[in-house]
Design a protein around this ligand. Structure first.
Ligand code: SF4
Ligand SMILES: [Zn+2]
Length: 119
């Protein structure tokens, strides 16, 4: 659940305005149109992808404090890599090749029995 940028209370992601401090959360009163706000003493354009690639033609650029099209240019953090799980992989391989393993065990037992019988 998102928080209000002004009073930091938790608000519904469909709320068009904060129910506590009444600050506008969505543009034009439409729940599907997020209204991005800059932090204090910053401009949104400084971190916006459209400013970085020079495709924005909004008049408030490069000093936008509120913007509906802002897109953060910093890439999202990569998900943590899973350590390889050899035990799990081996178990799955054994389940898939159960007949082959059974046959290999029977052949090994037969060879051991034949060697033991010759002594
Ligand atoms: S889309 Fe908005 S935040 Fe991004 S560069 Fe244009 S005016 Fe600035
Ligand atoms: Zn609020």
């Amino acid at each position: 659940m998102p928080t209000c940028p002004k009073c930091h209370q938790k608000v519904s992601d469909q709320a068009t305005a904060c129910p506590y401090c009444r600050v506008e959360l969505k543009a034009f009163g439409h729940p599907g149109m997020p209204l991005h706000r800059a932090n204090k003493d910053e401009y949104l354009c400084d971190t916006c992808l459209y400013h970085a690639d020079d495709t924005c033609n909004f008049p408030q650029r490069p000093y936008a404090i509120e913007c509906t099209l802002y897109r953060d240019r910093t890439p999202p953090p990569e998900p943590p890599k899973q350590p390889s799980d050899w035990g799990r992989s081996l178990r799955i391989w054994c389940q898939r090749h159960q007949r082959l393993l059974t046959l290999a065990v029977l052949i090994a037992i037969s060879i051991i029995a034949a060697i033991a019988a010759q002594k």
